[in-house]
Design a protein around this ligand. Structure first.
Ligand code: HEM
Ligand SMILES: *[C@@H]1O[C@H](CO)[C@@H](O)[C@H](O)[C@H]1NC(C)=O
Length: 326
């Protein structure tokens, strides 16, 4: 009896330790296998960013869409010969090609170091590239937890109802983010990503032309801004036309997104809802008035986003070509 009582807790401890050792991401994951990883990725991303600004918003949005569908496992990068992969879903069709290209270029840079070749997952390269584009546009620099493995499955079907839509209400946003272990504060901070990048007119045209019967313009939208949006997005505009989401500092990762919301200048209903709804308004005010508060909340939230559904240990694989399973 004495023996059994002692044995049980020890056995339990070992099991618990083994489980957490394989499930936890950590910042130094590649420090022995690929010591120069971070500078290899950073210089490839910087070169790409100098060629085109879309590198930044394209990569950031790609990371978000990857993590919300099957976890941060680079499944969004996979191509299928019959166009039935994640990236072929309508919700992913507007992902900028430059985001995908950024990961391909960074992966080539990593693999050019013989120590690193085929040792670093595409999922980790995307997480690092995302950190780098945020800091390149003036946002916070933070340590990236690593150790993700690449997924082997990517289907159109898995995207369905996994990504938020621009007409979502606060409740719908909160529900979807909560499913991914993110709080309302995380969701608001992450929405601050809309401080850089572009949106196609069709994503918000209902708000400026056909909001409701007798009210063509969404009343939560700033009237001056609505008039500007109508000018940039006339009826029957070329569907390829995209406009800046942050009209004030479109190329800087700052808290202008929140200052815009306070002025009724959120582009999507899902953006403006954060200020309209009394449950989220105080947080919007806080981030609008304190760049520091926003940056801290954003770092915490994107770190949590990077943990969503990750494969670790011997799950998944280290993809040789980010667009194909091994
Ligand atoms: C909260 C719910 C969200 C909704 C409803 C939403 C929706 C959208 C939509 C409709 C677009 C425009 C796409 C286009 O017309 O091409 C967009 C762009 C973008 N989103 Fe979100 N998004 C959300 C959250 C996020 C999050 C959490 C991030 C990243 C952390 C993010 C990053 C971006 C970026 C960077 C762009 C610009 C992409 C580019 O310029 O290529 N979004 N989003
Ligand atoms: C609408 O936006 C302008 C700046 O474009 C600002 O001066 C004005 O205060 C805003 N109106 C409201 C109601 O917030």
């Amino acid at each position: 009896m004495e023996h059994g009582r002692l044995l049980f807790p020890c056995f339990l401890l070992v099991v618990l330790f083994a489980a957490s050792a394989s499930a936890q991401l950590r910042t130094g994951f590649y420090s022995n296998t690929c010591p120069n990883l971070e500078s290899l990725v950073r210089s490839a991303v910087t070169t790409k960013f100098q060629q085109t600004f879309v590198t930044a918003p394209g990569t950031l949005r790609l990371f978000f869409h990857d993590c919300f569908v099957r976890g941060c496992d680079a499944s969004v990068l996979l191509s299928s010969p019959t166009n039935k992969a994640e990236k072929d879903h309508p919700d992913d069709l507007s992902l900028a090609g430059d985001g995908f290209d950024t990961v391909i270029k960074a992966k080539a840079a990593v693999d050019s170091d013989p120590r690193c070749k085929n040792k670093v997952s595409c999922a980790d390269i995307l997480a690092l590239a995302t950190r780098d584009v945020i800091s390149l546009t003036g946002g916070p620099f933070y340590n990236v937890e690593l150790g993700r493995r690449d997924g082997r499955i990517s289907t159109i079907a898995s995207v369905q109802r996994k990504l938020p839509h621009p007409e979502f209400t606060l409740d719908q946003l909160n529900t979807m983010f909560a499913t991914n272990g993110l709080t309302q504060t995380d969701m608001i901070a992450l929405s601050g990503a809309h401080t850089i990048g572009f949106a196609h007119c069709g994503k918000f045209s209902k708000r400026i032309y056909s909001f409701s019967r007798g009210n063509p313009i969404d009343p939560t939208l700033n009237k001056t801004y609505a008039a500007q949006l109508r000018q940039m997005c006339p009826v029957n505009v070329d569907p390829r036309i995209a406009i800046n989401m942050d009209p004030t500092t479109p190329r800087t990762f700052d808290n202008a997104y929140f200052r815009n919301l306070v002025q009724g200048m959120g582009l999507f209903s899902s953006d403006q809802a954060l200020f309209t709804d009394p449950r989220s308004k105080p947080t919007v005010y806080q981030f609008a008035s304190s760049e520091t508060a926003f940056r801290q909340a954003f770092i915490s939230a994107i770190t949590k986003l990077g943990r969503v559904g990750v494969k670790t240990g011997n799950q998944g694989e280290i993809r040789i070509d980010c667009t194909r399973i091994n």
